[in-house]
Design a protein around this ligand. Structure first.
Ligand code: HEC
Ligand code: HEC
Length: 176
């Protein structure tokens, strides 16, 4: 619960900062065009956002492979220590959406890096994907333990565009 409250606050801070960054970005419209595209699939599925965004932000589907999502959906009764209750119809619809937009179904550069780094492995955590680990290897471990961050899994603390699938290095911002 504490972690959840903390991340809600982070979300508020991140949203508050959004205006400033957009203004800054207008002056770099060329770079914005080049970098801020969502590379991790469509994230406009209301059922997914509602059911899978209740305890943490709804992770963009292109951060894992179709095989990983199917494994996650197959283990919802023990989901990282939590129990996720979904009726069969919702589970099937969410599964179709996640698999259609999974890293190995997308053609973007970063989705491709996720897939090639996995070499066929199907982890149930994004924070276990070799490409993702590699992109953060230079950050001191304490950074992830700050109360404003809480954990590596809380991508949105440092990537305010995470819910829109935007993780580019222009928009990254480590909170104090
Ligand atoms: C009842 C709360 C709850 C719901 C609802 C929920 N999750 Fe989670 N989820 C968790 C917890 C707790 C973790 C572990 C977070 C941590 O370690 O910081 C987690 C972690 C994850 C991770 C791994 C993040 C990482 O560390 O890389 C993924 C992926 C994920 N959830 C997907 C889903 C999907 C898909 C759904 C919808 C079917 C869902 N979650 C619904 C509680 C929930
Ligand atoms: C403590 C802050 C923090 C958290 C939490 C965090 N990141 Fe990052 N992330 C960074 C920083 C800093 C970089 C490096 C940016 C750079 O290279 O200049 C980065 C880089 C990335 C990149 C590469 C961007 C690029 O331009 O190539 C991706 C993709 C990414 N993160 C995804 C994630 C995902 C997914 C999560 C959650 C599972 C996450 N990050 C959690 C801080 C964070």
């Amino acid at each position: 619960l504490v972690a959840f409250l903390a991340s809600t606050q982070i979300l508020a801070v991140a949203l508050a900062d959004e205006g400033g960054r957009h203004r800054r970005r207008e002056r770099h419209s060329h770079r914005e065009h080049e970098h801020s595209r969502n590379e991790f699939g469509t994230i406009d599925n209301p059922l997914y956002r509602e059911q899978c965004g209740a305890c943490h932000f709804a992770y963009p589907p292109g951060l894992l492979s179709a095989g990983s999502w199917s494994k996650i959906l197959g283990q919802l009764e023990n989901h990282n220590g939590a129990e996720v209750a979904l009726d069969a119809q919702a589970e099937e619809a969410i599964g179709r959406y996640l698999e259609a937009n999974a890293a190995d179904r997308l053609t973007s550069k970063r989705a491709g890096r996720i897939t090639s780094s996995l070499r066929g492995q199907t982890p149930t955590r994004i924070t276990e994907v070799p490409y993702i680990l590699n992109e953060h290897k230079d950050l001191p471990p304490e950074t992830f333990k700050r109360t404003s961050v809480v954990s590596f899994s809380n991508c949105i603390a440092c990537h305010p565009g995470a819910e829109q699938g935007v993780f580019d290095d222009d928009s990254v911002r480590i909170p104090d």
